[in-house]
Design a protein around this ligand. Structure first.
Ligand SMILES: [Zn+2]
Length: 291
């Protein structure tokens, strides 16, 4: 069984939550579930390489039947074999490989290749996740700003021209409903890049205040948010773009987002420091309050 070389067109970057599609492939998985591949989908899959934003909650409808999507992952094939999620042995975009969105259903409800279906995404959950993801990016800019004077070497900068602590130190990013949790490793490799870790523990309340103050003014600005993309398939590069006062900020991102910071009444962070086998790990919990 092979996967047709048809990459999925994804409509969620533009904010779609429903759409019609044609079933291009069905593959039964070892665990009794079936992977449904469509020519197009509004359903956001979890990314295999950077799984910060989880799968949408969705149903596939056909002739009145409604199949619950229990998971939504990335599938890839070289034409001979199909892999899903973390089993994919190559990077997204590798030549000769086709990447598609696989909607996993427990019961395929008699679906067949060529069938036309309707896909509906849970709108409330999507909105809360999008708020969390937008807040996560804005908070990362606030964190960069608060950490800006702790560098003694030149490092790469973020979209505002500020040293990119977030990009250089990020360990795990998890998007939640109306929030996120990001952890940053402040170990030897970050110190070698020129980051001064001394005194961070004592400075946490000040850092938190500085981030929250910046977030307050950015939310106040009601900045526009959009997704720019090189194309409409799953593997086309996409960017989160935010028109902050004085800077248009661009961050590579495959997730879903709000259209404006006007949709939020506030974004706040709480910082804490943990120890991971001798390496200080900064934890930033971001909370977004919808307007
Ligand atoms: Zn993102």
């Amino acid at each position: 069984m092979t996967l047709p070389h048809q990459p999925t067109t994804v409509t969620y970057p533009a904010g779609a939550i429903s759409g019609t599609a044609v079933v291009v492939h069905l593959a039964s998985q070892g665990d009794g579930t079936t992977a449904v591949l469509l020519d197009s989908t509004p359903c956001h899959p979890i990314d295999a390489a950077w799984p910060d934003q989880g799968p949408d909650h969705a149903v596939i409808r056909k002739n009145g039947a409604s199949l619950r999507v229990s998971d939504c992952v990335v599938a890839a094939t070289d034409g001979t074999e199909m892999f899903t999620g973390r089993q994919i042995p190559v990077k997204k975009g590798t030549e000769g490989w086709t990447f598609a969105v696989a909607h996993l259903v427990d019961d395929d409800g008699g679906l067949a290749e060529g069938d036309q279906v309707q896909v509906d995404v849970d709108e409330t959950y999507r909105a809360e996740i999008s708020a969390g993801h937008t807040a996560c990016h804005v908070a990362s800019l606030g964190l960069n700003q608060a950490m800006a004077d702790r560098w003694k070497k030149e490092v790469r900068t973020d979209g505002r021209g500020v040293p990119d602590f977030d990009g250089l130190a990020i360990d795990v990013s998890t998007i939640l409903q109306n929030g996120s949790v990001d952890t940053y490793r402040m170990g030897k490799s970050l110190r070698r890049k020129g980051f001064i870790t001394d005194g961070v523990a004592e400075a946490l309340p000040e850092l938190e205040d500085a981030i929250n103050e910046a977030l307050g003014s950015w939310v106040e600005s009601g900045a526009e948010v959009r997704i720019e993309r090189d194309g409409d398939t799953l593997t086309d590069l996409r960017f989160w773009v935010c028109e902050l006062p004085g800077n248009t900020v661009r961050i590579p991102c495959g997730g879903t987002h709000l259209r404006s910071l006007k949709e939020l009444s506030s974004v706040n962070v709480a910082l804490s420091l943990e120890d991971a086998a001798g390496t200080p790990v900064l934890r930033m919990k971001t909370t977004a309050t919808p307007a």
